[in-house]
Design a protein around this ligand. Structure first.
Ligand SMILES: *Cc1c(COP(=O)(O)O)cnc(C)c1O
Length: 465
């Protein structure tokens, strides 16, 4: 068996990939025809592919490489931990130092009385934990009927059966018999796409009040929790109107509904503070964290739980856990990542310098003929592409047709910027420098220009009616 290495010709690697590797969220035949881009190494915000191209990664991997690529310290810590204690479980009345230290540190960083940590390996698993946790909490509190979890259309909470059910992605629900029972979806606060003639404020209030209407309809005694991302990520970086979250918080308080903030993207500096809950000024009972927790260097996630919820769960045996809950190598890597984020002042720098610098340039993209709104909070941003910005019009072509063309242009210009439908989104490493931001904007503008030229020539610059 010949060894497969970075030095093989790209075409051979692509052929082997197509033959044996099944990609997530991908049409295998289409990819096989085209060939996957082979990424070989990375440093800072830069990826290198097998052809030697240097690509600016404005997505931070999948929203996760907060401290940037190539930090030796994390490699050192992982190697040291593997030598000392590569694995032990935390099921049967045992523990280990990396899990203790990371739980303590997360309790310190998390706002309010979020002081208790249940570990898993991915955001999806942590949200599955949350489903069982909130239902068990109410059952143990003498309210076993409170079982329904309310979430939002176009929200993203992961890809396991439970997490995808919480999510509101209809293409995911269409496969595999989802959602599971006991999940109810309300509409998202996406003013640009769905606000019609309402002002953003009217719309924000109306969409928040859908939670209260759902609670009345389902029965307050039946609803366990509401889960949402402080700012929707995979749904297209949807920033809600300012009055949306305060109203959601009021409703959760008024009706004894646990609030779960899915901080998988927003956590660890993405929004300019440690957590999106602080930026949006909410008080969750549980926070889901993953991605930036280890900057993607090792798989790890957690549910960070309030004193009140933990007290009830601690009084029973919660029959739940994963082989890799609190994995020592992942925990040690996460701890080192948090040390770097803190000691190098990366989170503060995002809030005080990097985000304002990027915001000014990002919002100016609305002067481009294709760009309707441009939204950004911290270092997560989006632009809506439109054939007619005055009317916030959608394209006549299938949703995502134009977005895909724009993404292909970005890729060709060595910029990773993703599309969700016809929104373009970014989430760069938090260590991106001002000159790298300039380059990001320059390449984004070039790609938008080329996209416009192409869709005009193909007759796609038409509004849906
Ligand atoms: C990515 C993501 C998840 C799922 O995390 P995985 O590690 O892919 O399972 C959950 N919630 C949000 C908000 C995410 O962005």
């Amino acid at each position: 068996m010949a060894q497969i290495t970075n030095h093989m010709p790209t075409a051979e690697l692509q052929a082997l990939d197509a033959a044996h590797h099944m990609h997530p969220f991908t049409n295998g035949h289409e990819l096989a025809a085209k060939g996957a881009r082979v990424i070989t190494r990375a440093k800072g915000v830069w990826l290198t592919d097998s052809e030697g191209n240097e690509i600016l990664d404005a997505m931070g991997g999948l929203w996760c490489v907060n401290i940037g690529y190539g930090r030796e310290e994390l490699a050192e810590v992982a190697a040291r931990q593997m030598r000392e204690l590569p694995y032990y479980n935390t099921f049967f009345q045992t523990t280990h130092v990396p899990a203790i230290a990371l739980a303590q540190r997360l309790a310190e960083l998390a706002p309010g009385d979020l002081n208790h940590v249940f570990f898993a390996s991915s955001g999806s698993e942590a949200n599955d934990t949350n489903i069982r946790m909130v239902r068990t909490y109410w059952a143990e509190s003498g309210k076993p009927e409170k079982q329904i979890i309310i979430s939002r259309k176009n929200g993203y909470h992961g890809s396991t059966v439970g997490a995808a059910s919480l999510g509101g992605m209809s293409p995911m629900h269409a496969q595999g018999g989802l959602p599971i029972p006991g999940v109810h979806h309300i509409n998202q606060p996406n003013w640009w796409a769905e606000g019609g003639d309402m002002s953003p404020e009217e719309f924000g209030l109306a969409r928040a009040r859908e939670l209260e209407e759902a609670i009345h309809e389902l029965g307050e005694d039946k609803v366990a929790a509401f889960i949402a991302e402080p700012i929707q990520g995979a749904g297209g970086v949807i920033v809600p109107p300012d009055n949306y979250w305060p109203e959601i918080q009021r409703i959760c308080d008024a009706h004894e509904i646990l609030l779960i903030a899915d901080e998988v993207i927003c956590g660890f500096g993405r929004t300019g503070k440690w957590f999106g809950s602080q930026t949006m000024n909410i008080r969750p009972d549980i926070m889901t964290v993953a991605k930036g927790l280890s900057s993607g260097y090792a798989p790890i996630s957690a549910s960070i739980v309030s004193d009140g919820v933990a007290k009830v769960l601690d009084a029973c045996e919660f029959n739940h856990g994963y082989t890799y809950s609190g994995h020592p190598v992942s925990a040690a890597v996460a701890l080192e990542n948090l040390r770097i984020l803190d000691e190098e002042g990366i989170v503060e720098r995002v809030g005080a310098e990097t985000a304002p610098y990027l915001q000014e340039k990002w919002e100016r993209l609305t002067d481009h003929p294709l760009v309707g709104e441009a939204r950004i909070v911290g270092l997560m941003g989006s632009v809506a592409l439109t054939p007619d910005k005055d009317n916030r019009a959608k394209f006549a072509a299938d949703p995502g047709t134009v977005g895909f063309i724009c993404r292909e242009r970005c890729f060709a210009n060595n910029l990773v910027m993703r599309h969700v439908g016809d929104r373009m989104i970014i989430s760069p490493p938090l260590v991106i420098s001002p000159s790298e931001i300039d380059l990001l904007i320059e390449r984004a503008r070039l790609s938008l220009d080329q996209c416009l030229e192409r869709i005009a020539s193909e007759g796609l610059l038409k509004a849906a009616n």
